[in-house]
Write a protein that binds this ligand. Structure first.
Ligand code: MF3
Ligand code: CO
Ligand code: CO
Length: 257
């Protein structure tokens, strides 16, 4: 139960892995269209990661996960399994979650995509969830606590009448995919572990349009959906804490922070 602080050399490698994860999300964007299957999106990402990036897709065979990315559509909160029979249609929202391993280190990031004409309420859920991530990132610097991060996410989400998923959280990351600490997306200010320079972790809030309750598929053992079948959204970045704030290791060119 100790948090592994990263050396300057480790951070250099984390920066490379983070950039590769960001580039996978940039590459896949133009393919995320009405009529494509999530199985095809998985193949495109797998091939790009293995052949172009000479990297490893971390989800593949992780605790038995069968594919190289997670694709979570509409009421699926996280860990959706890509499938050739899941065809995207106009009005869908999808989270694509990419984790790569390069030179022994992980980079983990996800973003939302809207397919065709998406209702305004779904666009708003996507936007507020991204704002939760950005508000949390804005706080991150040595001396704040994990509770401060959870609190700002919970406040912003609940202020817009959304609920915050509690069963899944952000995580320390490095040579190990999921390491300490757990980064909860709810909490109280000035509680929990204090942030220090050299920590690397993800923040990956999941917000639901309805209740916060989740259901794990008893068919595949992975797919997590909202219990009430209403929409859910998620965004994720991998961060490295430095002396005066943090670096977003998975920042994409479509983001201006
Ligand atoms: N990328 C996910 C996360 O953000 C974890 C996926 S694990 C898998 O932590 F096995 F479902 F791929
Ligand atoms: Co993660
Ligand atoms: Co992820």
């Amino acid at each position: 139960m100790t948090i592994q602080l990263k050396s300057t050399e480790d951070i250099v490698k984390m920066r490379v892995a983070g950039k590769l994860a960001a580039e996978v999300l940039e590459m896949i964007g133009p393919h995320v269209q009405e009529g494509v299957s999530t199985g095809e999106l998985d193949r495109l990402c797998h091939q790009y990661i293995v052949e172009q990036q000479q990297a490893i897709p971390a989800p593949l065979n992780y605790n038995g996960f069968p594919k190289s990315i997670c694709t979570s559509v509409n009421q699926v909160i996280c860990h959706g399994i890509p499938s050739d029979s899941k065809i995207l249609k106009s009005g869908d929202i999808i989270n694509i979650d990419v984790t790569v391993i390069k030179d022994g280190f992980h980079g983990d990031s996800s973003k939302m995509f809207a397919i065709g004409e998406v209702p305004a309420h779904a666009q708003r859920l996507i936007r507020i969830t991204q704002e939760c991530l950005y508000k949390a990132i804005d706080l991150v610097k040595p001396g704040i606590t994990l509770g401060d991060i959870g609190h700002v996410i919970q406040q912003h989400g609940e202020a817009h009448n959304y609920s915050i998923v509690r069963e899944y959280c952000g995580h320390g990351i490095g040579r190990i995919f999921h390491e300490e600490p757990q980064v909860l997306h709810y909490g109280k200010p000035n509680t929990g572990t204090r942030i220090e320079a050299g920590m690397t972790f993800t923040i990956e809030p999941m917000l639901n349009a309805g209740s916060r309750y989740t259901k794990l598929s008893n068919q595949d053992g992975w797919t997590v959906t909202t219990k009430d079948r209403r929409l859910s959204a998620q965004w994720e970045h991998t961060l490295a804490v430095n002396s005066d704030g943090c670096e977003i290791l998975t920042l994409r060119s479509d983001e201006q922070l």
